[in-house]
Ligand binder design. Structure first.
Ligand SMILES: Nc1ncnc2c1ncn2[C@@H]1O[C@H](COP(=O)(O)OP(=O)(O)OP(=O)(O)O)[C@@H](O)[C@H]1O
Length: 255
């Protein structure tokens, strides 16, 4: 028996998204299996953000379906998808600047555990939450910054905290939206290393322009162009595909 048969965690079926006359997503069908390390790449305007918005529920598809663990979630609100195990990295402007990484992570862990109902219990009195937060602080290289206000952290550390907050929800599928964008070269290795060390059972979709990160991380890739899947394959297949080269070289030539 093929061990992969029942391993599909996330699927899109013929997703179409139109904005007036623009077809931003054009019949996109993807299959993501448990433990996937999948990158979504494509030139500017290819439809990556539009696709992710349909996965997270920010944007409703014009046609097609999104399935999580075999369940049709096309009509579900974003927070319900999160509760079912589909998390995306928080954007920096959604971080609580006045909270410390320790506090933010404790909130994420306790909300996942539904400890929020025990709101009278002071944070820190639940040792299992504290232990999990300590582990996340180490995993995301935030130990030395655990008690600083988030808005005072170096940019790369804030991006690590975004990923840590999503991982704290223990999702089955994690969408990483340009985790290295804007991170200075001196802090990039931390991002590469922590992304590489994400738990194996989490299935990850990475959207990223940084090709070092894409090729060091991904085991499979989808190339989108003008809203359409140009091709899918292993990083080696994608790197060797003349159509992919043409798309990217064309982009460079035209700025
Ligand atoms: N809300 C919207 N209204 C109208 N057109 C939109 C909207 N959102 C996206 N588009 C169009 O859909 C197409 C795909 O855009 P999208 O942002 O998804 O691409 P992308 O691959 O994420 O690009 P980038 O890498 O530059 O972020 C573009 O032509 C864009 O102008």
């Amino acid at each position: 028996m093929n061990p992969n048969t029942n391993d599909v965690v996330l699927e899109t079926k013929h997703l179409v998204k139109r904005f007036g006359g623009i077809t931003a997503t054009n019949d996109v069908s993807l299959t993501l299996r448990r433990g996937a390390r999948h990158a979504l790449i494509g030139p500017n305007g290819a439809g990556k953000t539009t696709l992710i918005n349909q996965l997270t529920g920010v944007s409703a598809p014009t046609e097609g379906q999104v399935l999580l663990g075999g369940r049709d979630i096309t009509g579900l609100a974003p927070h319900k998808r999160v509760a079912l195990g589909l998390a995306r990295t928080f954007q920096i402007n959604q971080l609580f600047g006045e909270l410390t990484p320790m506090q933010s992570l404790a909130l994420a862990v306790s909300s996942r555990r539904d400890a929020a109902r025990r709101w009278w219990q002071p944070m820190g009195s639940d040792t299992t939450i504290t232990e999990e937060v300590e582990t996340l602080l180490t995993q995301f290289r935030l130990e030395a910054h655990a008690d600083r206000r988030t808005r005072e952290l170096p940019y790369g550390k804030r991006r690590l905290l975004e990923i840590g907050l999503a991982v704290a929800l223990k999702p089955s599928v994690l969408l990483l939206d340009e985790p290295a964008a804007g991170v200075p070269a001196s802090e990039r290795q931390d991002i590469l290393d922590t992304v590489a060390a994400l738990p194996e059972d989490v299935s990850v979709v990475l959207i990223e322009h940084d090709m070092d990160l894409v090729f060091s991380f991904a085991k499979s890739m989808t190339v989108l162009v003008n809203g359409t899947v140009l091709t899918e394959g292993t990083p080696e297949q994608i790197a060797a595909d003349p159509r992919v080269k043409a798309v990217y070289l064309g982009e460079q030539t035209h700025g």
